[in-house]
Design a protein around this ligand. Structure first.
Ligand code: 8X3
Length: 250
């Protein structure tokens, strides 16, 4: 990763934060993106050296394109885009789920990821190189009760990734996705709107993945030789068999 330019969305927490640290340690030059400038600054401080910080919400189409266009020219030569930004909002049946939650998930997890991809791609095409790693989820491979909107959004990430790989195939730009199962981050706290006790129960007895373990897998995807593409990587805690079968410690 020495001197590779890497843009990470959703770098302010969880998998995004850990991936930024891991790739920086491997020698990458980081463009850190997120909604909270203070968090981006804190991460940049932890990384040290030179980074670029872009504060924007992936749901805001104009902000996405403006932010990428604002990068100094040498930083536009992005070698790797990690499309990490995304969240779950609510865990409810369709008949009672909130429309605001649906909008947040579809706009962020799906459309936001597509906007960032579209904004970064011209620079990869001009450079005739690049790699895109999208953050999917086990929730995009199987649907679970009350997760229809979130699971749909991650299934869309899976299919967008597959289509993108086909479209970019003649251009030599590598495309893959990583699909984590249970990772203990702020994910469930956000899903349950700050209910920490409920969030904790999601990870009880499961020996959940850490954000750093997912980051290591992303580093692996990024470090394989250029003639190799890790197209689709599902990563689960050993105690999790699929989206809803778990072997919890009692
Ligand atoms: C997060 C994984 O299983 O909580 O994307 O939906 S899960």
């Amino acid at each position: 990763m020495k001197n590779k330019i890497v843009l990470i969305t959703g770098a302010t927490s969880g998998i995004g934060w850990a991936t930024a640290l891991t790739l920086a340690k491997a020698g990458a030059q980081l463009i850190l993106c997120g909604r909270r400038t203070e968090k981006l600054k804190a991460l940049a401080k932890e990384i040290g050296g030179t980074t670029q910080l872009l504060t924007f919400d992936v749901r805001d189409k104009d902000a996405v394109f403006k932010a990428i266009a604002s990068l100094p020219d040498p930083w536009k030569s992005i070698d790797l885009l990690v499309n990490n930004a995304g969240n779950a909002h609510g865990l409810d049946p369709v008949q009672t789920a909130s429309l605001e939650d649906w909008d947040a998930m579809i706009d962020g997890n799906v459309k936001g990821l597509m906007y960032v991809t579209k904004a970064v791609l011209p620079h990869m095409i001009a450079a005739k190189k690049g790699q895109i790693i999208n953050l999917g989820s086990i929730a995009g491979k199987e649907v679970y009760p009350n997760g229809s909107a979130y699971c749909s959004s991650k299934a869309a990430v899976d299919f967008f990734t597959r289509g993108l790989r086909i479209d970019l195939n003649p251009l030599g730009i590598r495309v893959g996705a990583i699909h984590p199962g249970l990772v203990e981050t702020e994910f469930s706290e956000i899903r349950f709107k700050g209910d920490q006790a409920r969030a904790k129960t999601v990870y009880d007895g499961i020996e959940a993945l850490t954000a750093e373990e997912v980051a290591d897998a992303i580093l692996y995807m990024a470090q394989v030789p250029e003639k190799v593409t890790i197209a689709d990587l599902v990563i689960l805690p050993t105690r999790q068999a699929n989206a809803y079968v778990n072997n919890r410690i009692n």
